[in-house]
Design a protein around this ligand. Structure first.
Ligand SMILES: Nc1ncnc2c1ncn2[C@@H]1O[C@H](COP(=O)(O)OP(=O)(O)OP(=O)(O)O)[C@@H](O)[C@H]1O
Ligand SMILES: [Mg+2]
Length: 762
């Protein structure tokens, strides 16, 4: 059973798995520890992750980045239209109301929703993991930003379901990091909590979470976000300034040319990273557009000035996080940073200055979130045993339920899960109703939500409600905010106050039966709900489509591999058959085979460029039918002398040992030693005879003597000789031991025993 943690970043994902009694971050197919969050569409296949990275510029309009920003968004969401449009070169499209893309795939225009795109990416991550752990992947924990709302969380969860991932928990990025931090700390206080501020600035957003630690548990105390503050915003600043500079200096406008803009973005990111460690960074782009090369030198001080509006905002999130935790700077005992953008020196400095302390480096900045997620998965998985550690995470946005007023009740709403209510959590609400009624769940403070997110969460119709004896029925509604932070009405039922008999104990400890008034459940009520979840039918369609695309990509990859094998074989054999292999092929076949090889190599580049896998496989098989015995004969010829040498050395060694006067063999009867000598002589003669026979066989014919035969003979001789040579010596006659030997030997024994025990303890 898999135990996997996925840090689903906007730029890249990191995967950690629990194995070998620890947590390992795993590498993808090109040995990188992070996999780009990109999906690209081509005329024959999709490219995902690393393969898509190379398409980013060359196939920009069919390549989608920043998938996470689209999660759960609608097409006309201002965030999508005003912000994400600037980062995604593919054409954005309305897909069943969801934000999606329109791309050219398999030679035709196709649309894919954000949920489908995220599913594609998760499927790739699943494949990477399966290859690494050498087994199927199902159970996992995926991280999302703490600021994700229900509809965004559902998008990621549905995407994981589409690709057969069993997401045990959608966990907030920094809660995962905090878990990893807490579970490994052995010095957490028993009583007075240690307060740690976790700061994550990644590719597109910024989060600060404050968590309190005591032995065995963590409690999230407060959090704050800036959803438009990350590496890509800093890149954009550099792009903007350099675009201006290039306009003036080189008379080009990169904004009029998509490729030029993309190349400048890549250069700007690189420049930004260089500036984190150097005072200056050069930018050079050859032939950016209109055949012009551009270059510039950026100083760190320039960069800091250009991005002043971002740098001055850095402390806002920290202030808000403290406020939400109800803490002051002095209450923070330690500050931990994660995310790539916290590498910018000015940011690090601002954070350190704000808290008045240096930044701790307990966590691996890039991998802490994924590691924490894998730990969380291990804790939730039945197959792993992890040290007890409680994680008390909290609601980010308060949720309220609303309903229509009734004559009996003026109240029309209640906040069911307030800020800092823990997750998961269940509440039971009581209503007095004469007829069916409807509850609406909404976020209570819409202005705190990410822009563009509809505050509506769901509608729940409580059915079959009727008066009881002319009075309103008492209805209990069980509302649950689950482990992913998703709301549901679990059940509704009626209760009535009834007289029931109850067994109690009196003050003398004797049992007695009393009649008491008690609320008793009298019936279940059906509940129908409407939420932001995608309709099941649509999800089923997505599952079907994804599996089709997956199979087709796999076939393409296999076809490509079959073609490459054929090409490689063709080229290699074409040269070898007139070179080292030339004597090993039947002269009558040689010319024909060489011709076939040449024909295949030419064919691959012409008519055979785009053939089904089976055609390549068949052609390779046909060539190998002739080629393999030739290679085999050549290999035999090469290896035969080695095998012969090894046999002769063995024969010599065994003969010498059998004939030696060494004390070691003095107990072996002479006739047995003689048997060994004779067995060796026989083997030597066998070798001579076989060699003579083989010499008569032309090189292009099947050899009569193989290395396997020689090795077999060698083993047979050893098998014969060893039991004789290794026969134990009879026990020596007991003689009066010398005084020194008596004391020395046991002491040595004791010494070596002691050593052994020590090592065992280690
Ligand atoms: N040395 C560096 N100096 C400045 N920025 C850096 C450095 N190294 C990486 N970055 C930036 O960090 C960002 C990526 O960070 P990270 O991997 O934490 O993001 P993510 O997890 O994919 O995104 P998010 O958390 O926003 O969803 C990129 O914008 C990258 O340019
Ligand atoms: Mg991140």
């Amino acid at each position: 059973m898999s135990v996997v943690g996925i840090d689903l970043g906007n730029l890249q994902a990191i995967i950690a798995v629990a194995r070998n009694r620890g947590i390992d971050v795993i590498c993808n197919e090109v040995s990188n520890r992070a996999t780009p969050n990109i999906v690209s569409f081509g005329p024959k296949q999709r490219y995902i992750g690393e393969a898509a990275k190379t398409q980013e510029i060359s196939n920009a309009k069919n390549t989608i980045v920043s998938l996470k920003r689209l999660a759960g968004r609608t097409f006309d969401d201002p965030e999508v239209q005003e912000v994400e449009k600037n980062f995604i070169m593919a054409e954005l499209a309305d897909v069943n109301g969801q934000a999606g893309v329109k791309v050219n795939y398999l030679g035709e225009e196709q649309v894919f929703s954000n949920v489908q795109l995220i599913a594609m990416y998760l499927n790739k991550l699943k494949d990477i993991t399966a290859a690494e752990i050498n087994g199927p992947v199902s159970d996992c924990v995926i991280t999302v930003p703490g600021w994700f709302t229900e509809v965004q969380r559902r998008a990621v969860l549905t995407a994981s379901e589409i690709v057969g991932l069993n997401c045990l928990r959608l966990v907030n990025d920094l809660t995962a990091a905090a878990l990893g931090y807490g579970i490994t700390k052995t010095d957490l206080p028993e009583e007075k909590a240690k307060n740690v501020a976790f700061v994550d600035i990644g590719h597109s957003s910024y989060t600060c979470q404050i968590a309190s630690f005591v032995k065995g548990q963590l409690t999230v105390r407060g959090q704050a976000f800036d959803t438009h503050f990350g590496g890509r915003d800093f890149d954009a600043v550099i792009v903007e300034k350099l675009a201006e500079e290039f306009k003036e200096k080189f008379k080009i406008d990169v904004y009029t040319n998509k490729k030029a803009l993309l190349r400048l973005r890549v250069a700007a990111e690189r420049c930004k990273k260089v500036l984190s460690a150097n005072p200056q960074a050069p930018v050079n782009i050859e032939s950016i557009m209109d055949d012009k090369d551009v270059s510039a030198m950026v100083n760190r001080t320039d960069f800091e000035e250009w991005a002043t509006h971002l740098f001055t905002r850095t402390k806002d999130v920290l202030e808000k996080a403290l406020e939400s935790a109800g803490m002051a700077v002095e209450d923070i005992d330690s500050v931990e940073m994660v995310g790539g953008t916290t590498r910018i020196p000015a940011i690090k400095e601002t954070i350190s200055k704000f808290f008045g302390k240096s930044i701790s480096t307990t966590l691996n900045q890039d991998e802490a979130v994924a590691r924490g997620a894998a730990l969380q998965c291990a804790m939730l998985s039945p197959v792993f045993k992890v040290r007890e550690f409680r994680v008390n995470d909290v609601v980010t946005y308060p949720i309220k339920l609303t309903w229509e007023a009734t004559p009996e009740e003026e109240e029309t709403e209640i906040v069911v899960f307030d800020n800092n209510n823990s997750i998961p959590s269940t509440k039971i609400l009581t209503f007095f109703r004469r007829e069916p009624f409807t509850l609406q769940a909404v976020y209570a403070k819409p202005d705190t939500l990410p822009r563009g997110i509809n505050p509506w969460i769901g509608q729940y119709n409580i059915k079959n409600v009727e008066p009881v004896n002319g009075e309103p029925a008492q209805v209990k509604v069980k509302v649950r905010l689950n482990i992913h932070g998703i709301l549901s009405v679990e059940s509704a039922y009626t209760v009535e106050e009834k007289m029931v008999e109850e067994e109690t104990k009196n003050k003398d400890g004797e049992k007695e039966t009393k009649t008491v008034k008690k609320l008793v459940k009298t019936g279940e009520l059906p509940v129908s709900s409407g939420t932001t979840a995608l309709p099941k039918k649509l999800v089923d369609e997505y599952v079907e489509k994804e599996s089709q695309m997956y199979v087709s990509d796999k076939l393409i990859a296999e076809t490509e591999a079959a073609k490459n094998s054929l090409e490689e074989y063709g080229y290699e054999m074409r040269d070898k058959i007139i070179g080292p292999l030339s004597e090993f092929i039947d002269p009558s076949e040689k010319d024909g085979f060489a011709k076939d090889l040449n024909a295949v190599v030419d064919w691959i580049y012409e008519d055979g460029y785009d053939e089904p896998k089976s055609v390549y496989v068949e052609k390779l098989d046909a060539l190998k039918k002739i080629g393999t015995p030739v290679v085999e004969r050549y290999r035999e010829e090469q290896e035969r002398p080695h095998a012969e040498r090894s046999l002769r050395e063995t024969l010599e060694r065994l003969t010498q040992e059998a004939m030696s006067s060494n004390e070691k063999y003095s107990h072996i009867p002479a006739h047995e030693k003689q048997d060994i000598v004779e067995r060796c002589e026989r083997a030597g003669r066998w070798m001579d005879e076989q060699n003579a026979k083989q010499k008569k066989v032309p090189k292009h014919e099947t050899p009569v003597l193989t290395t396997k035969d020689i090795k077999k003979e060698e083993e047979a001789v050893i098998f014969f000789a060893n039991p004789i040579l290794n026969k134990p010596k009879p026990a020596p006659k007991v003689e009066e031991p010398a005084a020194t030997a008596e004391t020395d030997t046991p002491m040595e024994d004791v010494k070596s025993d002691e050593k052994k025990e020590d090592m065992d303890i280690d």
